[in-house]
Design a protein around this ligand. Structure first.
Ligand SMILES: Cc1cc2nc3c(=O)[nH]c(=O)nc-3n(C[C@H](O)[C@H](O)[C@H](O)COP(=O)(O)OP(=O)(O)OC[C@H]3O[C@@H](n4cnc5c(N)ncnc54)[C@H](O)[C@@H]3O)c2cc1C
Length: 366
């Protein structure tokens, strides 16, 4: 059994999962003086955190329950500085870009505008679409695979350890406390454990059976390469979005599919996404996608993540279930998690993110 030392530092935390939730939790813990080991079953950031689009906002911000909006707005307010600090620590560039978002075809612009005003989000009605089109100039994006790479480098730079290709299989426990995490290769002592296993969080581990409602929701994405500057804002209409990157790549997404852990893609979806995207950006009509992939979002009822202590183990915590907005929610979620772990009064009311609250919510139809 491996026993990590505790030289001059606080207790040791083992974080399960190296997506954006696990890495941002790890970095926050390291900053507060903990010794952190991250275990990742595959490659760092190789799942949803790689597959996603990196829009830093709910797609229709006015359409969600307050617990999701509250966490999102807190993250969004501090995101630029958060990324800047990670870039400074890591020497990596994450391509944070306040490119704005055009939301076309808003059925009821007046309440949407009122919501934005009440929540401090700049929004303007524009005339580019007969049904109502809103321009949200402050919406930003990040190139999520690059952010994950930067986070990993920052975690290592702060003294954290990351083990890739290392699957957590179970825990050892005594008197309501987990004492160690078992992996396919080893057993690791832990003073505390954080579950950040994304879409797999609902599965549990041996010895850690009870899990909140989290299940995989597949999303397919297309990637195009155009000349830089062809598109310079995010476009959204009726469930479809286009995200420009600084180098001319354009992402098109996405689907919401209940397909279990199957990450396959299909031609019918590729054709549909391509055709709908070309309606919004005609330059795409004669261009073939350079890539087509699917990722598994950690789906949760009402899109509200679970950030709490495990009901049966006082030293086990969870930061998972961020569904469609885990990139957006990462900074505020990590902050809330560590505040819950330390027993601090968090900046946001923690009640909606509790384990029990998640159990009481119901799945809506996709
Ligand atoms: C198509 C698509 C588009 C998206 N677009 C956006 C967007 O524009 N903006 C936004 O904010 N969000 C977006 N999202 C959502 C966002 O990507 C996710 O909410 C976020 O990445 C979840 O991060 P995570 O770290 O919780 O999960 P993941 O990134 O999936 O990480 C969980 C990790 O845990 C590991 N793991 C699982 N079980 C174990 C185990 N037993 N032992 C060790 N490791 C384990 C997995 O291998 C995985 O790497 C999108 C998602 C998809 C799929």
């Amino acid at each position: 059994m491996r026993e990590p030392g505790t030289l001059g530092q606080k207790t040791s935390v083992v974080v399960l999962g190296a997506g954006i939730s696990g890495l941002s939790s790890a970095l926050t813990l390291l900053k507060r003086g903990y010794r952190v080991t991250v275990l990742e079953r595959g490659a760092v950031g190789g799942e949803s955190s790689w597959a996603g689009g990196g829009i830093l906002s709910p797609l229709l911000p006015w359409d969600y329950a307050e617990p999701l909006s509250g966490l999102a707005l807190r993250s969004m307010a501090g995101y630029a500085d958060w990324v800047k600090a990670i870039e400074a620590m890591s020497g990596c560039v994450a391509e944070y870009w306040r490119c704005g978002m055009h939301v076309l075809g808003v059925a009821q612009p007046a309440p949407a505008l009122a919501w934005c005003k009440a929540h401090g989000l700049t929004a303007q009605l524009t005339q580019t679409h007969p049904d109502g089109s809103l321009w949200l100039p402050d919406i930003a994006q990040v190139r999520n695979p690059r952010l994950v790479a930067a986070l990993r480098a920052a975690v290592l730079q702060r003294g954290g350890t990351v083990h890739e290709h290392c699957t957590a299989t179970g825990v050892l426990a005594q008197r309501g406390r987990v004492t160690a995490v078992q992996t396919t290769a080893d057993t690791l002592y832990a003073d505390s454990v954080v579950l950040a296993t994304g879409a797999w969080s609902g599965l549990g581990l041996t010895g850690l059976a009870a899990m909140p409602k989290i299940r995989p929701i597949r999303g397919q994405m297309l990637l195009f390469k155009l000349a830089p500057g062809t598109l310079d804002t995010i476009l959204y209409r009726n469930g479809l979005y286009l995200i420009p990157r600084l180098d001319g790549h354009v992402l098109v997404g996405s689907t919401l599919e209940d397909a279990g852990f199957d990450k396959s893609t299909d031609d019918a979806t590729r054709q549909r996404l391509h055709a709908e995207a070309a309606e919004l950006l005609p330059a795409l009509a004669d261009t073939q996608p350079v890539q087509h992939w699917a990722g598994l979002r950690p789906g949760s009822p009402d899109n509200i993540p679970v950030i709490d202590r495990h009901p049966d183990f006082e030293n086990v915590f969870i930061n998972a279930g961020h569904y469609r907005y885990g990139v957006t929610l990462a900074p505020a979620s990590a902050e809330l998690l560590v505040d819950v772990m330390e027993g601090n009064v968090p900046a946001l009311d923690p009640a909606p993110y509790r384990w029990q609250a998640a159990l009481e919510r119901h799945w809506a139809a996709l």
